[in-house]
Each structure stands twice: as C-alpha cells, then as structure tokens.
Design a protein around this ligand. Structure first.
Ligand SMILES: Cc1cc2nc3c(=O)[nH]c(=O)nc-3n(C[C@H](O)[C@H](O)[C@H](O)COP(=O)(O)OP(=O)(O)OC[C@H]3O[C@@H](n4cnc5c(N)ncnc54)[C@H](O)[C@@H]3O)c2cc1C
Length: 525
C-alpha cells in the first residue's frame, strides 16, 4: 500500500467485543490503531449476553462442530488470561423423557426419519452423546467433565419439581461481558491504540490508498476528520448500516438481527450451579446464580428489524421466561419477582436459516477492496470466539501492511488478570490484609472486577474516608475516578450497568447523584 500521510493504519468502527478485541490484537502487532464507539464501550450487544464462555451445547444439534470445537478449546485459553472476570461454572441439565427438539435442527430431522415413534422427543442417549462430544472436542485441562446428579437427594434437586429425578452436569465458564470489552480496550490503549468513546462515524470517503472518516462527538456535536489506511466495520447490529449508509459498498452481505432478553429475580436457589432447562418448544434457557443475591434467567429469540430501535424485554418475552422457569422450579415466580431485565440484538450472519433459533452463531469476515482502500466487514460471532475472530481478522488485515507481526494474544493476560486461575481467594485475602477496612464482600467485588489492579483502585487509602465520597453499595469516589481515568466511563449508567452491576443495589436517587458528580467532574476538568 502506498505510504500516505494518515492518522491511523487501521480504524475500527464499533467498541463492542469484536472491535475492542481486534484493536488489542492489531496494536500488539505494531499497527497504529484508532477506534470509535458512538456510545459507551459495550453499550450494545456486548453487555447484553448470557455471559458465558461456552461451546454451545445446543449447536451440536445443528452440526456446527467446527464452531463448538473452536469455542470449547478457547474457553480455557480465555479463563487463564482473565481469571478475575471469568470463572468455571457447572450446569445442571434436568432430564425428562418428554423434552423436545427444535423441529428444524438437522439432528431432529434425521431422528424423525429413523425413530418416528419419538415424535420429536430428545432421547437421553442423544444428550449423553452430545455431552460426550462436548467433553472431548475441546481438550479440557482445567474444567471437570460430565457427571450425573440424583435430583431426589442432591441439593440441586431441592428446588426443582419432583418429576425431574435425574440430571446431567457439565462445565462451561462465566464471563463479565462488558468488563471483557473494557479490558481489551485498555490493553489496546496500553499498546498504543487510540480509543474514542461517544464518537460516531457519520460518513467516509474512499480513496485509492486511504479513507477519510468523518467523526462526530455525540456529547458536544463537534465534527472531526481522520485518515486511515484500512477500515474495520465491527458495528455489530449496525454492520449493514455502515455498509449501506456510511461506506456505501455494493454488497449483498447482511446480518439477521435476533433479539434476546433476560430477566433478573431475587436469588431462587441456594447453590452456585446453573440450570440448563429444556422447553417443550425445543428451546433452552439458563437460570444462573447472579451477583450473589440474584438469579439471571434467559434468553429469548425474537426477530428485531431495526438496529436503531433500542431492544427491550417485552412483557411477552418476560412472561415466556417466567412460565419457562415455572415449568421447573417448585416455587413459582411471577412478573412481580422480576427486578431487572435487559435485552440485546444478536448480529447474526444471514445464512438464510428458517428460524431465529437456527441462524448460525458462527462468524464471517469479508474484505472489500473494490474501488480503493480496503475495509473488513465483520458478521456474527460470539463473545467466546472474540479472540479467535480477532486473530482471523488480523490474518486478513496483515497482507495490506508491511512488517506486521504474528499471533500473540493466546496466553497474554488482560489488565488485572496476571495471577493463577485458582488465585482469586488469595487476592481477596491479600486485599483485606492490606486494607483492613474493606470487608469480604467488598473485597470480592473489587477482585472480581479488577484482579491485581484492585489495590491500584484503592491506592494509598488507610481508611474508608480516604476513598472520598461514598456513592452507596461500596462504590466510592476513588473507584469512580479510576473508572473515569482508566476505563472510559463518562456517565453513571456506564459505571453501574457496565463497569459493575451496582445498579441492582443503588436506588434512582443514588444513581442520579453519581451522575451529577461525574458530569461536574468532567466539566471541571
Ligand atoms: C441475548 C444474547 C445472549 C448472548 N449470549 C452469549 C453468550 O452467552 N456467550 C457468547 O459467547 N456470546 C453470546 N452472545 C453473542 C455476543 O453477545 C455477540 O456476538 C457480541 O457481543 C457481538 O459483539 P460486537 O462487537 O459484534 O457487537 P456490539 O457489542 O453490538 O458492538 C458494536 C458497537 O458498534 C457501535 N457502533 C455502531 N455504529 C457505529 C457508528 N456509526 N460509529 C461508532 N460506533 C458505532 C455500537 O454502538 C456498538 O457498541 C449473546 C448475544 C445476545 C444478544
């Protein structure tokens, strides 16, 4: 590529997990990277997931073996690089002979021909086969394999209806999705990237060997122009909008927008395992211990036509999840038990599948060089495969530049993740020893968010008063300053819904006071 005077080698549109993952990887290979996110980092899909690093057991029924295998192998690589924000979890899958397939999976079609008397029911041997593959496709070293649970005696059976006598139990991992995004952005910045939040890409002009990109500060309305040799379109649900409106490519590729909603209730069971519930409609949902005192239940699959329409959990979706869970839990819940909901849009590659549930969760990367400088468009993907997606993206980006170095991210910890996978308890103990005024619950929250950086958040404090203003629920001025200085937080909602989940514990007045304080600090600065 000709050597034009540009601000950036690579300019990334979108600060979700895919944009930030690519920014980190590319900066570490010596490229000069810029990234624009029109809202807060992870403000769209990447904070609205079920928060699992998982292979996706159900995708085996769609024969998506490559995707499942890649994701399974990846789980442990990711866990090692971020033992603060990710941890192993056991999933209890209660079995009942009346459980049904989604009718359109390749597996259900074959079984309908070979075993018509099953009438769409999922046989136990098939679940065992799926779990055997799940255990063995991904080269597990840390995570334990499948076992069985006698629900008539085990604690996991206590809150579950008596007709479920038996369950399978298998492993996957939890991930704090929005923190994963921010830590990738921080690491990218540490390696030289420029991360611009609340900065929207409004238009682009393509030249032979570079792009001119028009940016707008969404807080002030101020416009600005940058130049870059290559663009990456990692706009998630807006990938089509960028292609058609901002870059105006002649492309037929598209995404299928599939909304998924979750509900949160007060804690519904007394152990730390998750449930994997199968419904009579062939779908599955999870019920997951969440933020110590809560249970997270989801998700749904609903078509969502327009990315500019903010996804919300509809009453219908909420009632569906409540009814689904009530098919399993002895103690019924009602919509009054729902304390919070959230919703996100999956930007799935449009592979022409009939149902939203069946659309592929795999990713597709397409470079367009027609008519000038290159652009890479990202379709689909999962949180779990973000690092591999970034590596595949770099394989497509590197040939457009000289001297780009090779793959490097496997095994390199994210900020705060430089400690052993089983080292969380020791970090919590150390923090409580060094800061005796921090109790166990507070210490755990800080270590689970910041890992080895937790002590940097607390700094030289000798007492709680040294941490400045107390915003409630252990959120202090020192922590908010850290989030504003190091983690791109601008408003209270960035802090209480994406850097942590203290929005579940703070009331509206406390959140408004935090917001006013943050705005005043920015104005003063
Ligand atoms: C309900 C649900 C559950 C899920 N559960 C899981 C799970 O458990 N495990 C898993 O691995 N995956 C899961 N996923 C999938 C995963 O969340 C997504 O694949 C992933 O978050 C997509 O990330 P992204 O970066 O492509 O998109 P996004 O996170 O949406 O990021 C795109 C960003 O681009 C920005 N943007 C758009 N246009 C512009 C512009 N013009 N200028 C500047 N910025 C712009 C947007 O503001 C947005 O922040 C789930 C998804 C959903 C919806």
């Amino acid at each position: 590529m000709a050597d034009v005077e540009t601000d950036f080698d690579l300019f990334i549109i979108g600060g979700g997990i895919n944009g930030c993952g690519i920014a980190r990887d590319a900066s570490g290979r010596g490229l000069k990277v810029g990234l624009a996110e029109m809202n807060d980092l992870a403000s769209a899909t990447s904070s609205a997931s079920t928060k699992l690093f998982h292979g996706g057991l159900r995708y085996l029924e769609y024969f998506e073996v490559r995707l499942v295998r890649e994701a399974l192998i990846e789980r442990e690589t990711l866990l090692r690089a971020m033992p603060h924000i990710s941890w192993p979890m056991r999933f209890v899958l209660p079995y009942h002979k009346d459980m049904r397939f989604e009718g359109s999976t390749p597996t259900s079609k074959i079984l309908n021909i070979m075993m018509p008397w099953m009438k769409g029911r999922r046989p136990a041997w098939l679940i065992r086969l799926g779990l055997f593959m799940y255990d063995n496709l991904g080269g597990r070293k840390i995570l334990p394999g499948t076992s069985t649970v006698d629900l008539t005696t085990a604690p996991e059976g206590k809150g579950i209806e008596d007709r479920f006598e038996f369950a399978y139990e298998y492993s996957d991992c939890w991930i704090e999705d929005s923190r994963l995004v921010v830590l990738n952005a921080r690491d990218a910045e540490n390696r030289g990237a420029k991360i611009m939040v609340r900065t929207k890409v409004t238009s682009t002009i393509r030249h032979e060997d570079h792009w001119v990109v028009q940016l707008e500060d969404t807080d002030t309305g101020e416009a600005r122009t940058i130049r870059a040799k290559m663009l990456v379109n990692a706009a998630g649900p807006w990938v089509g909008d960028i292609i058609q409106q901002k870059v105006r490519l002649n492309s037929t590729e598209g995404v299928r927008l599939v909304r998924g909603s979750h509900i949160v209730t007060k804690r519904l069971f007394d152990h730390d395992k998750c449930y994997f519930f199968q419904g009579t409609d062939g779908r599955i949902i999870f019920a997951i211990p969440y933020e110590t005192d809560f249970t997270l239940i989801g998700t749904t699959d609903a078509e969502h036509d327009d990315p500019s329409v903010k996804p919300v959990c509809t009453d219908e979706e909420r009632d569906y999840l409540v009814a689904f869970a009530n098919g399993y839990f002895k103690q019924d819940i009602t919509s009054d038990d729902v304390v919070w909901t959230y919703s996100g849009v999956r930007p799935l590659y449009d592979d022409g599948a009939q149902s939203a549930t069946a659309a592929t969760r795999d990713y597709t990367l397409k470079v367009d060089t027609n008519g000038g400088a290159p652009i890479l468009n990202i379709f689909g993907g999962k949180i779990t495969t973000y690092r591999r997606l970034a590596q595949s993206a770099l394989a497509k980006i590197s040939p457009h530049f000289d001297g780009v170095t090779g793959d490097w991210t496997a095994g390199v910890p994210l900020p705060g993740g430089d400690f052993p996978v089983d080292g969380v308890d020791a970090l919590i103990r150390d923090l409580m020893r060094d800061y005796p005024f921090v109790d166990a619950r507070w210490a755990k929250r800080l270590v689970r968010a910041y890992g080895t950086d937790a002590k940097n958040v607390l700094g030289m404090a000798k007492s709680a008063a040294d941490l400045g203003q107390d915003f409630g629920a252990t959120l202090t001025e020192a922590e908010v300053r850290w989030l504003m200085d190091k983690e791109y937080a601008r408003r209270a909602e960035d802090v209480v819904w994406r850097r942590n989940k203290l929005g579940l514990r703070l009331n509206d007045m406390q959140i408004a006071a935090l917001d006013a304080w943050m705005v005043s600090q920015r104005e003063a600065a």
